[in-house]
Design a protein around this ligand. Sequence first.
Ligand code: ADP
Ligand code: MG
Length: 740
Amino acid sequence: MGNIRFDALKIAFSHELVESRSGSEVEKASKVENNERVKDYFARDVFTREKMKEYIAQDVLNQLFDDVDNGRTIHRDIASVVAIGIRKWAIEHGATHFTHWFQPLTGGTAEKHDAFFRLDRSGALLEEFSGDSLYQQEPDASSFPSGGIRNTFEARGYSAWDPSSPVFLIGDTLCIPTVFVAYTGEALDYKTPLIRSTAALCHAARDVCAYFDKQVKHVHANLGWEQEYFLIDEALYNARPDLMLTGRTLMGHNSAKSQQLEDHYFGAIPARVLAFMQELEYEALKAGIPVKTRHNEVAPNQFEMAPIYEDVNLANDHNLLVMSIMERVAEKHHFRVLLHEKPYAGVNGSGKHCNWSMETNTGINLLAPGKNPYQNLQFITFLVNVLMAVHRHNGLLKASIVSATNEHRLGANEAPPAIISVFLGKQISAVLDKLEHATAEEAIIINAKKEMKLGVANIPEILLDNTDRNRTSPFAFTGNRFEFRAVGSSANCGAAMLVLNAAVAEQLTDFKAEVDKRIERGEAKERVLFDVIKRYIVACKAIHFDGNGYSDEWKAEAQKRGLDCETSVPVVIDRYCAPDSTQMFQTTGVLTEAELRSRSEVKWETYVKKLQIESRVMGDLVVNHVLPAAKRYQTMLLQNVLAVKQVFSTEEVASLNEMDYSIIRQIEHHSGAILDGVERMTEARHKANRMPDERSKAVAYHDHVLPLMAEIRDHADALELIVDDEMWTLPKYREMMFVH
Ligand code: ADP
Ligand code: MG
């Protein structure tokens, strides 16, 4: 019998046998044989500053590094010389092609490969890679969404080298990290505004640091991401059209054993998965990504990888690169990696915690307590300003992480709710509490030698939050950084990081303006700092919440506190163009009003497309898989009832067939409801598609299509429970989550 599901399972198991002698094992063995150590292959495929010295003249490099480190544009002459060095290195290492590697608003990354040669007039082949090819390209990527900034018929977008992120090799291709902008200058990607936001943060934070330490010339933001993902056997994946086309299961009854026992979390990593992880780490390390930790996550077949944190722009490039390396390596191991935030209903989804901090060129982490009173006052200043920024822009920060896919994760199964609040932990809460209630004389003591001491706020040198880690908080302080946990596993972290950087930059600028005004009036600096901080602590109290974010009481409380409690994704997207957001983006120079409008358009458009695809796939699945299986089983039962009637007496039949009758009726009920649901869903979709603009379409999909999908799913899942297992064509949760 041609049963997809069982054929798939057979293939799945045969892969397991093959795996024991497959490529990764062989590769691993050879690595050990060659005695390769991490330091031998770390960043082997990256044109690092160290390697540049071998290929590029020192004076050119000095100029390049100086420009990069100070955020200046690279001169074309410099780019031309650098390009020659890059080409030489790349070709020596087997490259035949190069690509500008950029981050379109669709998410993920995009590439267009060109060969390193051209033909001269006589038709002879010349190896070529000019400064211009390095510097700027016109990818003719006219079909990338631009939200109306770039009319498709103009198609004039170009990608330009971001020299702050090193070029690297993937196989035979040299990848050049680039920004992607319209000819009129508007950003069409995530990288451009992320770079602008780091510049804004750098200036604003440096100016505030000047109150405490004049040595600080430069501040940058760090990002350490934690990437969660699911693995699934390739054959099972191929037997689930919903996973293949939408990245998540649109139906499927929960497995009897799921994550209740929490026996997967930090458990032993299965051998086949370990082989995948080892190869993934090897590839990531070669690409210069400092991956450090790996472990099982809470849900079955869910895992996490995390690197050592880096500068936010580079860290984000590395995350995007890792996502594509993961997909490639998984295929080699006959797995598919699921980066969707909620591949399975009812079990934990996948997030990408973004650990964020600010660091000075003098090596001080501005979000860690310091060694002297000035450093501690500086720490409190930055901490409280971050709280203020998150408070002012909590709706916008939420907008930066919502999507059609993350929508299913937020607020369910251990994911933070769709309300942004900040967790501080006992120690910091106590410090802020003391400051709030202290007088200036109690808080800041200046002795006869004009040395400052912090009176009430006794800040321990190390704040480690191991005792009261709160997994329910979307934005948690964890000792020396903030952890933005609401970010989704498939997201470009840049979207969230650029909002955070910009919001904090704006806040620090406002803070400085206020402090300076009072210092100019003759007030003592330390007193003014204390006064303003104290006022801020009170002003942003609403954002601070250390309790249980999952509870219904919190939702009511958050509403009372005036926090943004909207849960509809299309409506949350409105926050991008709210007056306070527009102003914030404008004053920090991160995004113009036109860019914000176009970004919102793209977000609505993407939302609509994703739901449209899901809804269609759902229709196909129930009509072509679920209903035929249910009908076949029902027919079998009906035939059985008829046969029983012929064989047994009337009295015997009455007692014998109760169960069959009941199942026959249930199948009839659920099948009818599914058909009716599909009809209403199709109608709702058609109505939504006729809406005049992207926002109304998105709202209609959210309000009218999504609920019908949930309704249909319930009936399909009920049928899965009663229909003969052998007749059910789709792999079930227990198979997808437990086969590895
Ligand atoms: P967790 O307990 O959340 O799993 P880890 O120690 O594994 O925490 O770290 C998670 C991530 O946080 C890692 O990428 C790590 O490099 C990063 N991280 C640690 N300190 C900082 C910091 N000061 N700024 C930014 N990221 C940091
Ligand atoms: Mg973490």
